[in-house]
Design a binder for this molecule. Structure first.
Ligand SMILES: *[C@@H]1O[C@H](CO)[C@@H](O)[C@H](O)[C@H]1NC(C)=O
Ligand SMILES: *[C@@H]1O[C@H](CO)[C@@H](O)[C@H](O)[C@H]1NC(C)=O
Ligand SMILES: *[C@@H]1O[C@H](CO)[C@@H](O)[C@H](O)[C@H]1NC(C)=O
Ligand SMILES: *[C@@H]1O[C@H](CO)[C@@H](O)[C@H](O)[C@H]1NC(C)=O
Ligand SMILES: *[C@@H]1O[C@H](CO)[C@@H](O)[C@H](O)[C@H]1NC(C)=O
Ligand SMILES: *[C@@H]1O[C@H](CO)[C@@H](O)[C@H](O)[C@H]1NC(C)=O
Ligand SMILES: *[C@@H]1O[C@H](CO)[C@@H](O)[C@H](O)[C@H]1NC(C)=O
Ligand SMILES: *[C@@H]1O[C@H](CO)[C@@H](O)[C@H](O)[C@H]1NC(C)=O
Length: 562
C-alpha cells in the first residue's frame, strides 16, 4: 500500500514538473538545492555544435572561430529533446549564443522536458576575456549582459559561465579579470533579482594550478567589500578513462573537501584510452558518497560530434539534411548509467551552512603570479564620455574590425612611445595588479586614445591623424583638451566598483563618420533613445560585441583535453 502511494506520488511530481516552471536552484554553502529543499545535482551533457577551427601560427590552441547558436535552432531542439530525455539528463551546457536571436522555442522545449541550461556568455575570438592579453572591458561586459538579458526570462537558466579554460597552467594572468567579471555579473544578476548561478569552467592540469585557480575564484574578498566570487566551479576533467579504478577521483576529491562554493565536472568523458565505446563507470561513483560530499554532478562531453586530437566525443550523429539523429554506443551506455542514478539527499539544506572562505592565494612569481587586486567595473558612461572628447578617432573601415583594432593598437602604441608618450593608460596587468585608467574601455576607444595622443604629441598636425586612413579628426571634441586631461575628466574614479546598469542598446555597426558625428546617433534606425540619454554615447556602442566578433570559444576544452 505504502509502495503504491509512493509510486503515485512520484508520478504526480514528475508530471507536475513537466508542465510547470522548473524549480529554482540556489547555492547554500558548497551545495545546490532546489527551492523545495532537495539537494540538486547536475546530470547533463554538452550541447554545442563544434565551430570551425582555422589552424595556424596565430591559433596555437586551435580555438574555433565560428559558432552555431544551437538554442536558436527550434527544429533541431525539437529533434533532440527526445534524445536528451532518453539520456536522462537534467541539464545541458551551451557554449555560445547570439543574444539577438529568438530562443523561446528551444528554451521552452528544454524546460518542458525538465532540462536546465548552463550557458557560457562567451563568443569566439574577441567575445571573451583573452588568455594572453586579458582585459575586463565594456565591450565584453555588455556582450555578457545582453546575453543575460535575453535569457533571464526563462525558468530553466541554471547558471552563466563567465569563461571556459581562459587560464592555463602557464597563463594565469587573466584570473583577476575573470574574477572581476564574476563580481560584476553577480551584481547585475542581483540587481534584476535573478537567482542564476555564476560559474567558470576550468581546464584541468597540475594540482597546484587547479587548486589556485579554484581558490582564487572563490576566496575571501570581504576586505574589499565587493562580492567577487563564483557560485559554481566547473572542472573540465578527463581523468577517468574506460573502466578505471574506483579510486581514480580520490586525490582530487580530497583536495576539494573544504572548497567553499559548489563544484562540478563542467566536462567529463575521456577517450584517451580508446574505450570504444565509453562505459561511463565514473557516473555511479560521481553520484555517490564520498564524491557527493564535495561535488554536484557533471556534464558528459558531448552530444554533437566533437573531434579533438583524433578522438570523436560525439554521441548523436545528425543526418545530412539535419532531420534525424543516429546515436552510438557511447550514447546507449551513458543513458543506462544516467538513468540508474538517484540523487543523494544529504546534507539537508538547513545544515549545509557556509564554509568559511579561505584567504586568496598569495601572488607567487613561480607558482601563481597573479595579483589579488581586481580591475574595476567597466563603465560605459565614462568611456563614452572619453570617446566623444578625443581629438583623433578610429574610423572602422568595415564592420568586422576587431582584428584590425588589435594590430593598430600595437602600431599606434609604438608610434606614441617613439614620440615620447606612453601607453600605460590603456594597459592592464593581472600579474602586477596595475590597471590603466582606460583599460576598462572598449578597444576602439583605447585605439582612439593612442591616435589622439600621437596627434597631440605632433602638435595637432593633420597628417598625424591619419594612420593610413584609419583615423579621422573628431570635430566635436572640445578644442585643445588633451587626451590625458579628457581621461581624467571623464573617468574621475578609475578604480570604481559598482553594479553595472543594463547594457546600452546595440546599434547597427556603421563606419564612423566624424563629420556626421552628433548625439542623434547616425546608423540607429531603431528609434533607441539611448544615444540621447548621455549614458552611452554612440562610440561606446560601436565596438561592442555582436557586430564586431565572429567565432567561438567552444571551449579551448575541445582542444586541450588530455
Ligand atoms: C565502484 O563504485 C560503484 C558505485 O559506488 C559500485 O557500484 C562498484 O561496484 C564499484 N566497483 C568496484 C570495483 O569497487
Ligand atoms: C544543418 O545544421 C547546421 C547547424 O547546426 C547548419 O550549419 C547546416 O547548414 C544545416 N544543414 C542543412 C542541410 O540544413
Ligand atoms: C581580436 O581577435 C583577433 C584574433 O584573435 C586578434 O588578432 C585581435 O588582436 C583582437 N582584437 C582585440 C582588440 O583584442
Ligand atoms: C605584467 O608585469 C609582469 C611583471 O612586471 C611582466 O613580466 C609582464 O610582462 C607584464 N605583462 C604584460 C601583459 O604587460
Ligand atoms: C588601416 O590599417 C590597416 C593596417 O595597417 C591597413 O591595411 C589599411 O589600409 C588602413 N586603412 C584602411 C582604410 O583600412
Ligand atoms: C559623413 O557625413 C557627412 C555629413 O552628414 C556626409 O555628407 C558624408 O557623405 C558622410 N560620409 C560617409 C562616408 O558616410
Ligand atoms: C545631427 O544629426 C541629425 C540627423 O542626422 C540632424 O538632423 C541634425 O541636424 C544634426 N545636428 C548637428 C548639430 O549636426
Ligand atoms: C547575431 O544574429 C544577427 C542576426 O542574424 C547577426 O546580424 C549577427 O551578426 C549575429 N551575431 C553574431 C555574433 O553571430
Amino acid at each position: 500500500m505504502l509502495n503504491v502511494l509512493g509510486l503515485a506520488a512520484t508520478a504526480l511530481l514528475v508530471s507536475v514538473a513537466t508542465v510547470g516552471a522548473l524549480p529554482k536552484v540556489s547555492r547554500t554553502g558548497k551545495y545546490l538545492f532546489t527551492e523545495n529543499g532537495a539537494r540538486f545535482f547536475i546530470k547533463g551533457i554538452a550541447y554545442q555544435t563544434q565551430g570551425i577551427v582555422i589552424s595556424g601560427p596565430n591559433n596555437p590552441l586551435n580555438q574555433p572561430s565560428t559558432f552555431v547558436d544551437n538554442l536558436a535552432d527550434s527544429a533541431a531542439c525539437a529533434r533532440d529533446v527526445p534524445f536528451l530525455q532518453k539520456l536522462g539528463v537534467n541539464a545541458i551546457r551551451a557554449y555560445s549564443v547570439n543574444s539577438s536571436l529568438d530562443h523561446d522555442s528551444c528554451m521552452g522545449a528544454l524546460s518542458s522536458a525538465g532540462i536546465y541550461v548552463i550557458l557560457d556568455l562567451t563568443l569566439p575570438l574577441n567575445g571573451s576575456v583573452d588568455t594572453t592579453q586579458p582585459a575586463w572591458s565594456t565591450n565584453t561586459l555588455d556582450q555578457y549582459l545582453r546575453t543575460v538579458d535575453a535569457f533571464e526570462k526563462y525558468d530553466n537558466i541554471l547558471a552563466y559561465n563567465i569563461g571556459n579554460e581562459v587560464m592555463g597552467p602557464k597563463a594565469t594572468q587573466a584570473a583577476p579579470f575573470i574574477t572581476a567579471a564574476a563580481r560584476d555579473i553577480r551584481a547585475y544578476l542581483n540587481s534584476i533579482s535573478s537567482s542564476a548561478l555564476v560559474g567558470y569552467a576550468a581546464i584541468d592540469g597540475p594540482s597546484a594550478f587547479v587548486d589556485d585557480t579554484a581558490n582564487y575564484l572563490a576566496c575571501d574578498r570581504s576586505a574589499t567589500s565587493a562580492t567577487a566570487s563564483i557560485d559554481l566551479f566547473g572542472l573540465n576533467n578527463y581523468e577517468w578513462c574506460g573502466d578505471a579504478a574506483n579510486t581514480t577521483f580520490d586525490a582530487m576529491n580530497a583536495r576539494f573537501a573544504n572548497y567553499e562554493v559548489a563544484a562540478y565536472f563542467s566536462e567529463f568523458g575521456s577517450e584517451n584510452c580508446n574505450p570504444n565505446p565509453r562505459v561511463w563507470t565514473e557516473i555511479p561513483v560521481m553520484f555517490s558518497a564520498p564524491m557527493t560530499n564535495v561535488w554536484s554532478g557533471g556534464l558528459a562531453f558531448s552530444y554533437f560530434s566533437a573531434l579533438s586530437k583524433g578522438h570523436e566525443f560525439g554521441m548523436a550523429v545528425v543526418s545530412a539534411d539535419n532531420t534525424s539523429i543516429t546515436t552510438n554506443g557511447d550514447f546507449d551506455n551513458l543513458a543506462a548509467k544516467f538513468n540508474a542514478v538517484s540523487f543523494a539527499n544529504s546534507p539537508p539544506q538547513a545544515s549545509a551552512t557556509s564554509v568559511s572562505p579561505t584567504a586568496c592565494p598569495a601572488s607567487d612569481a613561480a607558482a601563481w603570479p597573479v595579483a589579488t587586486v581586481l580591475p574595476p567595473t567597466p563603465d560605459d558612461a565614462a568611456c563614452g564620455c572619453l570617446a566623444n572628447a578625443l581629438s583623433c578617432v578610429f574610423q572602422p573601415p568595415s564592420p568586422d574590425y576587431m582584428e584590425l583594432v588589435g594590430s593598430l593598437i600595437g602600431v599606434a602604441c609604438g608610434l606614441v612611445l617613439q614620440a615620447g608618450g606612453s601607453c600605460v593608460d590603456i594597459m592592464s596587468n593581472g600579474t602586477t595588479g596595475t590597471y590603466g585608467v582606460l583599460a576598462m574601455c572598449d578597444p576602439t576607444i583605447k585605439l582612439s586614445y593612442l591616435f589622439s595622443s600621437y596627434y597631440e604629441l605632433n602638435h595637432r598636425a593633420s597628417l598625424a591623424c591619419d594612420f593610413s586612413g584609419n583615423a579621422t579628426l573628431n570635430s566635436a571634441a572640445p578644442p585643445a583638451l588633451g587626451a590625458s586631461a579628457a581621461a581624467t575628466s571623464c573617468i574621475p574614479s578609475p578604480s570604481a566598483i559598482f553594479t553595472p546598469p543594463a547594457p546600452p542598446v546595440l546599434l547597427p555597426v556603421a563606419p564612423h563618420n566624424a563629420s556626421a558625428s552628433n548625439t542623434s546617433g547616425s546608423g540607429s534606425g531603431s528609434g533607441s533613445s539611448q544615444p540621447g540619454n548621455g549614458a552611452a554615447p554612440r562610440w561606446a556602442s560601436m565596438g561592442m560585441g555582436l557586430g564586431a566578433v565572429v567565432g567561438c570559444v567552444l571551449g579551448g576544452a575541445l582542444w586541450t583535453l588530455a
